[in-house]
Design a protein. Structure first.
Length: 243
């Protein structure tokens, strides 16, 4: 049975969808069969970040209403034999009571199902978190994001989510040292109450690569960092680069 991973945050704009799209690519490069599910109703973007937007006909809401088959709502990502996407509904927020059995029915067909949660702590957040085996809390390296990540951690504990990890995204070491608001990196991690699994550097050009669909061309420090996260999820010992 496959493992379900929810990618969440308490605050918008931290780059959850970019992390989801990149992590899906990285795991599929390792030969794993991966399904990305966009839970952000009305504001979906995984279709764009995987290059399937122009082929999109049906979405998650259509499948759950029975307007199409499950196979018709699962889109393959170009150049990635093992990577697939279910786009979010354009209008309907799907509750966890409906989405959880749907996700569970797909687990036997994939090694990993990655749930890209909307920002905030509403219905979309719960829909992504409830079926998850692992929750990745995405934050940026500032005090507001760290406090938000800590709030998310406390909520996850109420739902007895034991496997929860921190990803610091869009990290700029020079800016972080100048900011001085969080002290050192260890202090920021401690403020979230979560164990770090990924330190992802800022790379605006990577989003442009994602939008093209297919494989990422050239060397990207961000993509390399996401591949390290994928290795850690798979249980490999992968040290963090010196910051």
């Amino acid at each position: 049975m496959g493992k379900v991973i929810a990618v969440v945050s308490g605050k918008g704009g931290v780059g959850k969808s970019t992390v989801s799209a990149g992590l899906g690519r990285a795991l599929s490069e390792n030969g794993k069969r991966v399904l990305l599910i966009d839970c952000d109703a009305g504001l979906r973007c995984l279709d764009k970040l995987t290059g399937i937007g122009e082929t999109l006909v049906y979405d998650l809401g259509d499948a759950l209403k029975g307007s199409c088959t499950v196979n018709e709502v699962i889109y393959p990502v170009e150049d990635y034999e093992n990577l697939f996407v279910i786009p979010a509904s354009q209008s309907e927020v799907i509750s966890e009571t409906i989405l959880t059995p749907f996700v569970n029915s797909l687990k036997e067909y994939y090694d990993y199902i990655i749930m890209d949660s909307p920002a905030g702590l509403g219905t979309g957040f719960l829909s992504a978190v409830i079926p998850a085996d692992t929750v990745l809390v995405v934050t940026n390296s500032d005090p507001i994001c760290a406090a938000s990540a800590n709030t998310v951690r406390l909520i996850l504990e109420k739902f007895d989510k034991k496997d929860k990890r921190l990803i610091i995204n869009r990290f700029n070491g020079t800016y972080f040292k100048k900011l001085k608001a969080m002290g050192d990196l260890d202090s920021m991690i401690d403020a979230t109450g979560l164990r770090l699994i990924g330190l992802i550097p800022e790379d605006p050009s990577l989003i442009a690569e994602f939008l093209k669909g297919g494989r990422v061309k050239g060397k990207s420090e961000t993509m390399m960092a996401l591949r390290r996260v994928a290795s850690r999820i798979e249980g490999a010992y992968t040290p963090f680069p010196f910051v």
